[in-house]
Design a protein around this ligand. Structure first.
Ligand code: SF4
Length: 239
């Protein structure tokens, strides 16, 4: 366990140092053509996926450096019974993914799964509340996320939310099955912060080019005050 704690500290310092390079100027130079041509929703998706890729790769660097490797493998999905809250930026990424990559049959299935999940949760736990009691009641139900496929893999894997990307189990998936996330699982908050930091600078670059108030974009797409529970924020009329 001490090794895991030291890895978290090392990861935090490493993320902080590495993310500093992803300034608004970096995004202007790297994504200049997208900033000029894309509407904000397309750009948010590209900026989000790039930011996640960087943050996840920094976690991998630390794992390799410490020779400690997570046990999260395809088909292991115990953590997909947790309530996942998402930002507007994440909602857009998921909707774009479904509209672009899902077949009509897959769309029909996911619509059904989302509606069924909403119905089950409302009848068993009640209306969504942002409280610890709601979270505990949610966990007790053991309801799987509607985006989990029949093969045990996430159907939106490349577009999955931040919380699903920055959470790892290091000792045994059985502890996730028991919903015992205390000692051996890590939510890399520093990696989450890297994604927010990069999204902020990506939006600043877009806002400066288009003469928009950056705060407006931040509030609309990344502000945590607008966070929503995943299976309720994805509107099935959007695909
Ligand atoms: S979005 Fe994917 S990874 Fe996240 S909880 Fe749902 S199925 Fe699991």
């Amino acid at each position: 366990m001490d090794e895991l704690k030291s890895m978290v500290l090392e990861s935090a310092a490493y993320q902080q140092k590495q993310r500093a390079q992803y300034t608004p100027r970096f995004f202007m130079e790297r994504f200049g053509e997208l900033i000029k041509k894309q509407d904000i929703q397309e750009y948010v998706e590209n900026a989000f996926l790039f930011s996640c890729e960087i943050a996840e790769s920094l976690v991998t660097d630390i794992e390799i450096n410490k020779n400690i490797h997570n046990k999260c493998l395809k088909g292991c999905s115990h953590c997909c019974t947790q309530p996942i809250q998402i930002l507007e930026a994440e909602r857009i990424v998921i909707i774009n993914k479904i509209n672009r990559d899902f077949s009509p049959e897959d769309k029909r299935k996911i619509k059904h799964a989302i509606k069924q999940f909403q119905k089950d949760l409302r009848s068993k736990v009640g209306a969504v509340k942002h409280t610890s009691k709601f979270r505990q009641d949610y966990l007790k139900q053991g309801l799987y996320c509607p985006f989990l496929g029949e093969d045990g893999a996430c159907s939106i894997y490349n577009s999955r939310p931040i919380n699903c990307r920055t959470y790892y189990e290091y000792i045994s998936p059985e502890s996730c099955e028991r919903q015992d996330y205390s000692d051996t699982s890590i939510a890399f908050e520093d990696a989450q912060f890297t994604i927010y930091f990069m999204l902020k600078n990506a939006l600043i670059a877009y806002a400066e080019y288009h003469g928009i108030d950056y705060i407006f974009l931040w509030d609309r797409y990344v502000n945590k005050n607008n966070i929503e529970l995943l299976p309720f924020s994805v509107n099935t009329n959007d695909f």
